[in-house]
Write a protein of this length. Structure first.
Length: 433
C-alpha cells in the first residue's frame, strides 16, 4: 500500500531519506521502488568509494491497483481530449542534470532529445530514456474481458495510420510563443512565463481566480516557485480506439481507459539535491467506469558510459529500499566525453507507487513496521518464501494454493543480500501490539 505525495513536507522527507542512502560509506546493493534515481559513483571498485555524486531521478506515481470514480453522484468527467499534433520536447537543466522532457510521459534521448547527462553540457550520458506504460483490466461494451495498455509512443492504427499513443492535452502551454519571429513551443516552465498558457484549464473551477491567468500552476501552489525549475503538462489516452470500450458514459466516442495524467518535473540547485531530477505523475480515472485492476510499468534504457560503451552495463536492485541501479561493469568508457573520468552509476529510486490492497503482501516494501533486525526481514509479519509459490497461478486474482495470499510470485522472493518481503498473517509477530 502506498500513499500519494501531496505536500512539501512529505516530499522533503522522502528526499531526505533518499539522500541518507547517498551518504552511506559502503555502496548499497539493490534498490527498487517507483521512482527513478540516477546515481553517479566516481570510482571503482565500488566498495572503496568514499565520495558519491548522485543523479537522483525520483519518480513519484500516485496511482492504485484499481482506479475508481471518486463519487458517482458528484463526479463529472472533463471534456479535455488529446491532440497528437501538440507533441513537443523541452530540456530541463535547472541543476547539474540535463535531459529532454517530452509531453507524453517520456524523457531522455531518442526523438532527437538529450539523454540523461551529468554533469550537464559534458556529453556524459547515463540513461537513454525513461517512459511510462499504464494498463487496466475492464469489460468492453459487449461484456468481453479485455486488458488495455496505454503506451507513450510507437503505436499506430494499422488500418488508418492514426496515432494510438498517450498524447498531450491542449491548453497547458503557450501555443502563441515566438522567438525572433519564429514559432517556439515549449513545455510550460516555471522560470519562463512566456511558456505559460493564457490560463490553466485545470484551475478554471477556482471561483476566486478562474484559470489562474498570469500565474504559475505550481505543484506547491499558485505562483509558488519552490523548485528552481518546474515543468507541468497533462496527457490523456482517449484516442486509443483499438477496443470497443467506452470509459465515459457522457461521451460515447471517448476511448482508451479514460485516464488523465498530470506530470511534473522538478529540479533544485541546492547542493544536497543538485544532482537530482524529480518526476511526479498523478494518474486520474476521468471516466465514469471503475477500473477494477490497474497497473503501471516503467521502461528504462540504461546508457551508462554513453554512446559506444553501454554494452557492458549491468543492472542491480534492492527489493525493499526500492532502488534500481545501472552500473558500468568496469567503471571505464571508450566514449570521448569520459576521457580521464571514471564512470559513475545510475540509480532509479521509486518513491511512491501503486500497491496491491488485497493480496496481503507488502509488495512495494513500504511496511510501516520497518526492518526487523531480530527476525531478519522487513515488516512485522513472516516473509514470502519460494515454497509458497507452488500451485499459484500469478495474475488471475485467485488464491490458487489456499495459503491466504493472492498471486504471489518470484518477484517477492529475496536472494543474495536482499531483505525479504513480508506479508500480513493477522498475528502480532513483533510484539508491538
Amino acid at each position: 500500500m502506498s500513499r500519494p505525495v501531496k505536500n512539501y513536507d512529505i516530499l522533503m522527507r522522502i528526499l531526505s531519506d533518499a539522500l541518507k542512502i547517498q551518504q552511506n560509506t559502503s555502496f548499497p546493493k539493490y534498490h527498487p521502488r517507483y521512482e527513478i534515481l540516477i546515481r553517479q559513483l566516481p570510482a571503482m571498485p565500488y566498495k572503496k568509494i568514499s565520495r558519491r555524486l548522485a543523479i537522483l531521478f525520483l519518480l513519484c506515481i500516485t496511482a492504485a491497483t484499481s482506479l475508481s470514480v471518486t463519487s458517482a453522484k458528484t463526479f463529472r468527467p472533463s471534456k479535455q481530449r488529446v491532440n497528437p499534433n501538440l507533441r513537443l520536447k523541452t530540456d530541463i537543466d535547472g541543476n547539474n542534470v540535463r535531459t529532454g522532457v517530452y509531453n507524453f510521459v517520456w524523457s531522455g534521448g531518442v526523438f532527437l532529445g538529450v539523454p540523461y547527462e551529468w554533469p550537464k553540457n559534458t556529453g556524459r550520458d547515463y540513461i537513454a530514456l525513461v517512459a511510462l506504460f499504464f494498463g487496466g483490466e475492464v469489460h468492453d461494451d459487449t461484456g468481453r474481458l479485455i486488458r488495455v495498455v496505454d503506451l507513450p509512443a510507437f503505436r499506430t492504427n494499422p488500418a488508418t495510420g492514426g496515432d494510438w499513443n498517450m498524447n498531450p492535452i491542449p491548453g497547458y502551454f503557450n501555443q502563441n510563443r515566438t522567438v525572433n519571429g519564429q514559432t517556439a513551443w515549449s513545455i510550460a516552465k516555471s522560470d519562463d512565463p512566456t511558456t505559460w498558457p493564457a490560463y490553466w484549464p485545470d484551475k478554471l473551477p477556482d471561483t476566486l481566480d478562474p484559470g489562474w491567468a498570469g500565474k504559475w500552476d505550481g505543484y506547491f501552489g499558485k505562483d509558488i516557485f519552490n523548485a528552481d525549475q518546474e515543468m507541468y503538462y497533462r496527457v490523456g489516452d482517449d484516442n486509443y480506439t483499438k477496443y470497443l470500450y467506452s470509459p465515459d458514459s457522457t461521451d460515447p466516442a471517448r476511448r482508451g481507459l479514460g485516464l488523465l495524467t498530470d506530470v511534473r518535473v522538478l529540479e533544485w540547485s541546492q547542493v544536497s539535491v543538485a544532482d537530482a531530477v524529480f518526476f511526479i505523475q498523478e494518474v486520474q480515472n476521468d471516466g465514469t467506469k471503475n477500473i477494477p485492476k490497474a497497473a503501471m510499468t516503467i521502461w528504462l534504457a540504461d546508457f551508462v558510459g554513453g554512446e559506444g560503451d553501454s554494452q557492458d552495463d549491468t543492472p542491480d536492485f534492492d527489493l525493499i529500499n526500492d532502488i534500481a541501479f545501472s552500473f558500468d561493469s568496469d567503471g571505464l568508457s571508450s566514449n570521448k566525453a569520459f576521457q580521464n573520468v571514471c564512470v559513475g552509476a545510475a540509480a532509479t529510486l521509486f518513491l511512491e507507487t501503486p500497491g496491491n490492497a488485497v493480496d496481503r503482501i507488502d509488495n512495494d516494501g513500504d511496511s510501516p513496521e520497518g526492518f526487523n533486525p531480530t527476525l531478519g526481514y522487513n515488516g512485522g509479519g513472516p516473509v514470502v518464501t519460494s515454497d509458497m509459490l507452488d500451485g499459484e497461478i500469478p495474475g488471475d486474482g485467485i488464491d490458487n494454493n489456499h495459503n491466504g495470499l493472492i498471486d504471489e510470485d518470484s518477484t517477492y522472493i529475496a536472494f543474495g543480500s536482499q531483505i525479504a518481503v513480508s506479508y500480513a498473517d493477522g498475528i502480532d509477530n513483533n510484539g508491538n501490539g
